[in-house]
Design a protein around this ligand. Structure first.
Ligand code: TYC
Length: 102
């Protein structure tokens, strides 16, 4: 009887064709009218930031014009942008929120 030994085993190194999902930054844009405290509330409520983190991000947006709230897969980022836009509209603030692929 012939049995195959380990010398017959060929291991191929194959490149995985599975790509990680594309990721998106959710960003806030500065404007002259939305109160700073409102932006901090947005960051705490929808992006789970602490008071300190939210304040830092809000001030970065205020100074630089733009800041990152978080990085998420497409569906989560779309939902976050919708939630922020809806919340801002409800309170009659012109706060702009968008997403960008990284
Ligand atoms: N610039 C606003 C102000 O002075 C504050 C602000 C910060 C607005 C961040 C929007 O995304 C923003 N009241």
């Amino acid at each position: 009887m012939v049995t195959s030994g380990p010398e017959d085993v060929v291991l191929e190194v194959k490149k995985s064709k599975i790509k990680p999902p594309p990721m998106f930054k959710v960003i806030l844009l500065n404007d002259d009218f939305t109160p700073m405290e409102f932006v901090v509330v947005v960051l705490k409520t929808f992006f789970s930031k602490s008071q300190e983190q939210a304040t830092q991000i809000m001030l970065k947006v205020h100074m630089d014009g733009v800041g990152v709230c978080g990085v998420y897969p497409n569906d989560v980022a779309v939902t976050k942008v919708k939630q922020v836009v809806t919340f801002a509209m409800k309170h009659q603030h012109p706060l702009k929120c968008a997403m960008e692929e990284i």
